[in-house]
Design a protein around this ligand. Structure first.
Ligand SMILES: Nc1ncnc2c1ncn2[C@@H]1O[C@H](COP(=O)(O)OP(=O)(O)OP(=O)(O)O)[C@@H](O)[C@H]1O
Ligand SMILES: [Mg+2]
Length: 288
């Protein structure tokens, strides 16, 4: 079965977005990164985090960034979020240069980042308070997203009373409540046990299908990226991480069967693709 096309670059006319009933060509990249590089200067030393990244993410697309530790995945997400500025290249959202964070883009971090003194509901309402939404509308909006992530019954609990999965659901509901066009998820399920992780992947897929969000998703997990993505961006090891391959899965029906031969075959292919990059990281660590 040849549902996968692994390719080196990405031609504009190849950018596809999976509509809920088929594949439609993307009119425009929603997020466009062109020649993006980022160098950090600390204590007189310059460290190149990412180099020459060209990536277009189409509206409604689910794109994963996959690669070894330190290859610059979070850096790229931070640039898309507007928390970091690239040192070279350009990044636009809907054709406009990014000038800092905006309510059209929301980031969800691995470490949940919930406010411990606020209940689940109050955490979800937080961003809505910040934008000055009136109370009644805030309550209605938060209620809708709490229901979407299955937390209505736990809305009065405090973060300390929640399991890891529930914390992450709260963080996702909080991000969704702001109703951003773009969700930037940095290893959101990294700290969860395998079963909870599978479950939350299924939920995220359902929410993505229902809300038509555009998602950039950072992960270390090959399986997670295959289960979720329209495209997987495989990166080379840092310093100067860049795109090694883009794997297009947009034609592959969802939900995907994790136990199918196609799934395992692709996992192996990506594992082989990443092996030299991981070896590179181990060598660098040995030398430093
Ligand atoms: N603020 C910073 N100052 C200096 N160096 C930084 C900064 N942020 C990131 N780096 C460096 O840039 C490189 C890329 O970091 P980044 O966090 O983007 O990697 P990553 O792919 O997300 O790694 P991981 O999978 O471990 O989260 C790393 O070498 C890191 O040490
Ligand atoms: Mg990271």
């Amino acid at each position: 079965m040849s549902f996968v096309s692994i390719r080196n670059g990405q031609r504009r006319d190849e950018v596809g977005v999976r509509s809920r009933d088929g594949i439609t060509p993307a009119a425009e990249g929603l997020i466009c990164m062109t020649g993006v590089g980022k160098r950090f200067s600390t204590a007189g030393q310059v460290h190149e985090a990412v180099r020459d990244v060209d990536l277009e993410v189409a509206p409604g697309e689910f794109v994963s960034l996959l690669g070894p530790s330190g290859c610059g995945k979070s850096t790229l997400l931070n640039i898309a979020a507007g928390y970091e500025e690239p040192t070279s290249g350009t990044v636009t959202v809907r054709g406009k240069s990014i000038r800092g964070p905006g309510t059209d883009r929301v980031m969800v971090f691995q470490e949940f980042a919930l406010f411990p003194w606020r209940t689940v509901r109050a955490n979800v309402e937080f961003g809505l308070e910040m934008v000055g939404m009136p109370k009644a509308q805030r309550q209605e909006t938060a209620g809708r997203y709490l229901e979407m992530v299955g937390l209505t019954a736990s809305e009065r609990k405090y973060p300390i009373e929640l399991s890891g999965g529930m914390k992450q659901r709260t963080a996702i509901a909080r991000a969704l409540a702001i109703e951003p066009e773009i969700l930037l998820l940095d290893e959101p399920f990294g700290a969860l046990d395998a079963q909870t992780r599978d479950l939350l992947q299924e939920e995220l897929l359902r929410i993505w299908m229902a809300t038509q969000k555009t998602i950039m998703f950072v992960t270390h997990s090959i399986e997670e990226s295959i289960y979720l993505s329209d495209r997987i961006v495989v990166m080379t090891a840092g310093p100067g991480g860049h795109i090694k391959k883009i794997i297009d899965l947009s034609q592959w029906e969802r939900p995907r069967d994790r136990s199918s031969p196609e799934f395992s075959g692709l996992s192996k292919d990506i594992r082989d693709l990443l092996r030299p990059e991981l070896e590179h990281v181990v060598e660098e660590e040995r030398e430093s």
